[in-house]
Design a protein around this ligand. Structure first.
Ligand SMILES: Cc1cc2nc3c(=O)[nH]c(=O)nc-3n(C[C@H](O)[C@H](O)[C@H](O)COP(=O)(O)OP(=O)(O)OC[C@H]3O[C@@H](n4cnc5c(N)ncnc54)[C@H](O)[C@@H]3O)c2cc1C
Length: 635
């Protein structure tokens, strides 16, 4: 028995003993090494009170605690090493055979053991883990992802895509395919495990999936693939789900079939495709993304070949939600790092955390971080209810998924940069995690659809059309909005807004100093676009919508019932800022746009820290109203 087998798994192990606190004050501010990321996360715990059944919470808490401690210690060390030692592609084996293989640093392998072996993140939605006899609800799974990603981001791609590939095969695969793949993909023993991946993008088509050129040819009852995949994360996955066009099938997405591509054939030989090159990436450097050439590779059809694209969208949407979770996790890490840095650094005779401008800066990291966490758990809860059969929850999830992906991934870029700045010059140096967080943050706006594509997808079905039609309509709407922006570009002041009832209009000073001025032109275009797009539905809305993003507002407005703002929202408006818009969604969720007055920003930060609520019977979870539950979009 090897050493690994004798020792308890990381999921079972107790916390490492933290080093004794140093007696000497250090002029260099500390970082979050050895922080317990679960213990430190008051917002997460309050949200879990809302969303996780108490008995299950009791059962899972020890695992959350272990992962929280690991993420601040061992995992964090491994992640830093793996980032500095990215994978290397070898074209041949030592016998000169064309057996391409990827070499990983042992630190990456150890993280794989923690993720797939000890905690079994990939399997927890599909079978019992930790001695439980049933799969975990989505909220629990995403909390595990959230804690893990605070230390390591790159590996979450293979973890998540293995989980989502299993989902697709379970949902759409035939019995033979399930028998062939699922026992291997659900294994916890890394020697037996088949990890998954998803190869869609080609040179011709990332956003425009219908343009992909890979061909599937029938071969005596089997299918063989020819073509190239241009972006393949987890390039050496044991089984990849991909889209290819069966010969003779129509052009566009309608003609795409979904296939499972095994890396090895039944006799153990390598399947007929090659990893041609690994990408030299800005971030996610621990994980291998490559280019693949398919030379007649054997692939198994998944579900009906006529529905390939539609089926693949299940995986895309699951991945998008996971991207929201990852962004929330990285923002939490950024916030924790920034708070540690600000509290630990002295300048001009005082701790920098005590300077008002620094507190305002921290607030701007805190609000999107809390907002993203609240949103992803709300969406995860909707997913759980949708899986249990609620149509209303399914509709809500359909809207929340792109909202979360869009907003959280974009915010993550700004929050990571903000956290780097809080640490000062050291934040830019690769000795500190902030530099890696800045690099890693950017991929969120690309993976599983750029922000524009995600926005357009949100609008498609909402407007009763196909995904593609929705994209086209929203695009033309965006173009009209952009024309409006261009028309005003020369003006220093924005023109007065036509409809901002209930005192929704912030003063020019507030807009500027609350950080909105840099978005003002873009908002003007988006706002006019959203109004037109939502049509009559917008007319009864509480205020002009001006979330700094694309057509998503239109989608939420269309869904709204345009009821008056809740008392909680009104109180929020009175005390902390001005409500820009407020919409009630199904499942009693309210999306509220609030613009905080600059003079109130500092109060808001204090308010978050004290945990006091100005609104009776309303509990705040880090900036989010949660009794109903409510969501607040804050910018
Ligand atoms: C590190 C990395 C790893 C990746 N891993 C994978 C993977 O494992 N599997 C996989 O399948 N893919 C993967 N991708 C690909 C990724 O999903 C695509 O890069 C992304 O979807 C964008 O596609 P594209 O690069 O072709 O850009 P394009 O589609 O060419 O887009 C270029 C620009 O045009 C904009 N645009 C396009 N259409 C519209 C429109 N209708 N309206 C407005 N704007 C529009 C986009 O928003 C974007 O800004 C990976 C990418 C990276 C960088």
């Amino acid at each position: 028995m090897n050493e690994r087998a004798q020792s308890p798994s990381y999921a079972q192990r107790e916390a490492p003993v933290p080093p004794a606190a140093g007696a000497q004050p250090d002029p260099i501010a500390p970082d979050c090494r050895d922080m317990d990321f679960y213990e430190a996360d008051a917002g997460l715990k309050r949200l879990l009170d809302l969303y996780l059944e108490p008995a299950l919470r009791d059962r899972l808490d020890p695992y959350f605690e272990r992962l929280g401690r690991l993420a601040g210690a061992k995992l964090d060390e491994l992640a830093a090493i793996a980032d500095k030692h990215p994978p290397v592609l070898h074209a041949r084996d030592r016998h000169g055979r064309d057996e391409d293989w990827i070499e990983y640093h042992p630190a990456y392998r150890e993280m794989e053991q923690i993720a797939f072996g000890d905690f079994q993140f990939h399997a927890m939605s599909h079978r019992g883990v930790f001695g439980l006899d049933r799969p975990l609800p989505p909220v629990a799974k995403y909390v595990f992802q959230y804690l893990f990603v605070q230390a390591e981001f790159g590996l979450m791609c293979p973890i998540s895509v293995t989980d989502t590939s299993i989902h697709l095969i379970r949902k759409f695969g035939g019995e033979e395919l399930k028998t062939r793949l699922l026992p291997r993909m659900l294994a916890a023993d890394l020697a037996a495990l088949w990890k998954g991946s998803q190869f869609i993008t080609e040179k011709t088509g990332g956003s425009d999936v219908g343009a992909i050129e890979t061909v599937a040819r029938g071969d005596g009852g089997a299918w063989r693939l020819f073509g190239e995949k241009w972006f393949c994360s987890h390039a050496d996955a044991d089984v990849a789900l991909l889209l290819a066009r069966p010969e003779g099938a129509p052009a566009g997405t309608a003609g795409l079939g979904l296939f499972a591509l095994p890396r090895r054939l039944d006799d153990g030989r390598r399947n007929a495709y090659r990893i041609v090159r690994l990408k030299d990436k800005l971030g996610t450097r621990s994980m291998a993304s490559g280019e693949i050439r398919l030379d007649g590779a054997l692939a198994y059809p998944v579900g009906s070949l006529a529905n390939g694209f539609k089926q693949m969208l299940d995986q895309v949407n699951l991945s998008r939600l996971s991207h929201g979770v990852r962004a929330a996790a990285m923002m939490r890490r950024c916030l924790n790092e920034a708070l540690r840095a600000a509290r630990g650094r002295t300048a001009f005779g005082g701790r920098v955390v005590n300077y008002p401008l620094m507190r305002r800066q921290l607030m701007k990291l805190m609000v999107p971080a809390e907002q993203a966490l609240s949103m992803v758990l709300f969406a995860a809860d909707a997913m759980g209810r949708a899986e249990a059969g609620s149509r209303e929850a399914a509709q809500l999830l359909r809207l929340l998924t792109p909202l979360v992906k869009f907003r959280a991934c974009r915010d993550n870029v700004a929050v990571a940069t903000g956290a780097m700045e809080v640490r000062g010059g050291n934040g830019y140096i690769e000795d500190w995690v902030t530099a890696r967080l800045v690099r890693d943050a950017h991929i969120g706006v690309l993976w599983e659809g750029t922000s524009n594509i995600v926005a357009l997808d949100a609008v498609g079905p909402e407007r009763g059309g196909s995904l593609t039609q929705g994209r086209e309509r929203a695009l033309s709407c965006r173009e009209r909005g952009a024309a409006g922006v261009r028309g005003r570009a020369g003006s220093a002041r924005r023109p007065p807004r036509a409809a901002e009832p209930h005192g929704a209009r912030a003063s020019a000073r507030d807009r500027g100093s609350a950080g909105a001025s840099n978005r003002a032109l873009g908002e003007a275009g988006d706002r006019s676009c959203a109004r037109r797009h939502a049509g009559a539905a917008a007319s009864g809305a509480r205020g002009a919508c001006s979330v700094a993003g694309e057509s998503l507002v239109a989608a939420s407005m269309k869904r709204s019932e345009n009821r008056p703002a809740s008392p909680a929202a009104v109180a929020l408006s009175n005390q902390h800022g001005t409500i820009q818009w407020c919409h009630e969604l199904p499942a009693r969720a309210i999306i509220i746009g609030v613009r905080f007055a600059a003079s109130r920003s500092f109060n808001f930060l204090q308010f978050l820290q004290s945990g006091l609520s100005p609104v009776p019977e309303t509990r705040w979870c880090g900036g989010i109203l949660t009794p109903s539950p409510h969501l607040a979009f804050v910018w």
